[in-house]
Design a protein around this ligand. Structure first.
Ligand SMILES: Cc1cc2nc3c(=O)[nH]c(=O)nc-3n(C[C@H](O)[C@H](O)[C@H](O)COP(=O)(O)O)c2cc1C
Length: 378
């Protein structure tokens, strides 16, 4: 069986091991989107403690992708120089780093309206839709269905942001097409009601994703690693179903992406309907079956993410060739040195209990950390 703790070749990169810290928003970005020392210290700590690949929290591709004054952003050249500072620090370690590139679509409306602009989305959604009914997010403000011109601009913004990330020194980029992102909104029949070439049939709903893949590839060249975080099923009734998600994965595999991180698309209101589900012994690896099926049917590398907590189970997953890489998020927030601990022979399960207090704290504007032992109501 492949040793998870040994180096792994991924395209032209050598990762020190097969473990990935998947994207985590951190509430540590400075005013206007500046990279802060606190952010650099957090990521350097993970790199120093041996995670194979770190994926940053979602970074906006353009001013229209901002949902707050402190959203991380990659829309201007000066951010490129800003991120170079982060990269210089991480290059001291063997860990590789990918920038997650993101547009939240409809979920930017609250902030965009405050700045006198409308948000863009695939379509107008009924106000009483289950999808919009999210208690933890600000109300949806004014937005409009993206015009043909705006869609083409968004495709181009993804390509330009990927190029800036490459110039800044990131080893790879990850395009965010999961968890309510604008691309998930295009993929889902709940949020995409268009009847032009960007909506309707699955192929049309997938067009923006495929064009982003091709545009990014053209901009960064053939050798650069491009990952796609793909929501292959929605967490809501009447949403995208896995059978369609599987076909989308197939289109993505021929549109310039090298690796698929398998996750869910639109999210509901409760944690059970989100990619940050609670875990228990039965629910470890909650997206395991999706990843396994995609891995076995497509010639593309995968990252399996979602509730993985036990080394023994992870080793079985690798033994059965269900994925190439293992993604974890909440366990590394609590234990940045988890990989080193396991590698040294302490194979006890990750101590993260998926209580989601890390998420609840972010919602209160607090910095990313494990708050398991903190009373957040005080
Ligand atoms: C606090 C927090 C912030 C997150 N931020 C992002 C993000 O910016 N982009 C993203 O794609 N996923 C984000 N995620 C989801 C994780 O990358 C991962 O898909 C999910 O937590 C499931 O993995 P886990 O069970 O190992 O935590 C976040 C998760 C948490 C807990």
């Amino acid at each position: 069986m492949r040793d998870l703790f040994q180096p792994l070749e991924l395209k032209n990169l050598e990762l020190p091991n097969s473990f990935v810290m998947t994207a985590a928003a951190d509430n540590l970005t400075g005013e206007g989107g500046k990279v802060t020392d606190a952010q650099i210290i957090r990521l350097a700590k993970l790199a120093k403690r041996g995670v194979g690949l770190i994926i940053t929290g979602g970074i906006g591709i353009h001013e229209s992708a901002r949902s707050s004054a402190t959203s991380p952003n990659f829309d201007r050249e000066d951010f490129q120089y800003d991120y170079e500072r982060l990269i210089r620090e991480l290059q001291k370690y063997e860990t590789k780093i990918a920038a997650q590139l993101h547009h939240p679509g409809i979920w930017t409306s609250y902030y965009q309206n405050k700045r006198g602009r409308e948000a863009v989305a695939p379509s107008i959604i009924e106000n009483d839709s289950d999808y919009l009914n999210k208690a933890h997010l600000p109300h949806i403000g004014d937005y409009h269905p993206a015009t043909d011109e705006e869609i083409k601009e968004i495709i181009n913004y993804f390509a330009e942001a990927a190029h800036r990330a490459q110039i800044a020194g990131f080893d790879a980029v990850e395009i965010h097409s999961a968890h309510d992102s604008l691309i998930s909104q295009f993929l889902s029949p709940i949020t995409n009601k268009r009847s032009d070439k960007w909506g309707g049939s699955l192929q049309n709903r997938c067009r923006i994703l495929c064009q982003i893949g091709k545009a990014v590839r053209k901009r960064v060249g053939d050798d650069y690693l491009v990952i796609l975080k793909l929501g292959v099923e929605d967490g809501l009734k009447n949403g995208l179903l896995f059978e369609d998600g599987k076909r989308i994965a197939k289109y993505a595999a021929i549109s310039g992406f090298d690796v698929l991180e398998i996750s869910q698309g639109l999210q509901g209101n409760s944690f059970e309907e989100m990619a940050i589900r609670p875990t228990n012994n039965k629910q470890e690896g909650f997206f395991r079956d999706w990843c396994k099926e995609i891995k076995s049917s497509l010639y593309i590398k995968t990252i399996m993410t979602g509730g993985l907590r036990t080394l023994n189970q992870i080793q079985n997953i690798i033994k059965n060739n269900e994925t190439d890489l293992i993604g974890m998020c909440r366990p590394f927030i609590r234990e940045p040195d988890l990989i080193r601990r396991w590698d040294k022979g302490d194979h006890r399960k990750a101590t993260c209990i998926s209580c989601n207090k890390c998420t609840l704290a972010l919602r209160k504007g607090m910095p990313l950390a494990c708050y398991k032992d903190t009373d957040l109501n005080k």
